[in-house]
Design a protein around this ligand. Structure first.
Ligand SMILES: C[S@@+](CC[C@H](N)C(=O)[O-])C[C@H]1O[C@@H](n2cnc3c(N)ncnc32)[C@H](O)[C@@H]1O
Length: 201
């Protein structure tokens, strides 16, 4: 049975490697720009990031007038994220995505929910449900998905799940959203990731 990627990161040396890798690859710059551009174009303010890691996207968004909540299961990621961002409208919560439906009941919802390099770390059994939890939090969503032309399983002890476009379309519809646009990210970690923009219907 594969473990959560978050548990893999509990080992400080794994987290340290990932932290420098995330920074080096700089995917977060494009991802944060996609969020910023989308929100500014529509005059949106409230954004939730699920699986925020150590706060690279938050750091990029922090100079702008957004209200941001970042969620990650790994407490060490949350500490690193808090250390990167000093904006009082930016908050980080140490939460498992699976408990989000209970935790965010007090909020009236977010304008945008975003998530990067996250969905691929859930097994196919859970994938649709995790996407549903994600999409339920926002009027709009921007997230990365690994598309299943290739088996991404690299033998590590956490999942690397990809889905077909048909699967993605079905799962988005079941979660009550529609796809606005997609963009292939040929330079993503796997090379098979797509950025997806959706809207609640
Ligand atoms: C590959 S990292 C991506 C981090 C960041 N989104 C980025 O693009 O750099 C995946 C993140 O998801 C978090 N994560 C994994 N399983 C989770 C879960 N069940 N609930 C919340 N966060 C989780 C991990 O702790 C990790 O920080």
């Amino acid at each position: 049975m594969k473990q959560d990627y978050s548990e893999y990161l509990m080992d400080p040396s794994h987290l340290e490697n990932e932290e420098s890798e995330w920074a080096r690859q700089g995917f977060y710059v494009k991802n944060a720009e996609a969020v910023k551009e989308f929100m500014e174009l529509r005059g949106l303010e409230k954004v939730l990031e699920i699986g925020c890691g150590s706060g690279w996207v938050a750091k990029m968004l922090a100079p702008f007038e957004f209200f941001y909540v970042g969620v990650d299961k790994n407490p060490n990621c949350i500490s690193l994220a808090k250390g990167k961002v000093a904006n009082s409208f930016f908050n980080f919560e140490n939460l498992d995505v699976r408990s989000i439906p209970f935790f965010f009941q007090q909020f009236s919802g977010f304008d945008v929910v975003c998530s990067f390099a996250f969905l691929k770390h859930f097994s196919l059994d859970e994938w649709d449900n995790i996407l549903k939890i994600l999409l339920w939090q926002g009027k709009y969503a921007i997230f990365a998905v690994a598309i299943a032309e290739h088996d991404l399983d690299d033998g590590t002890d956490f999942p690397h799940t990809s889905v077909t476009l048909e699967h993605l379309g079905r799962a988005v519809a079941v979660a009550g959203h529609k796809i606005l646009k997609t963009e292939h990210q040929s330079d993503s970690a796997t090379g098979y990731e797509m950025l997806v923009w959706t809207e609640r219907v």
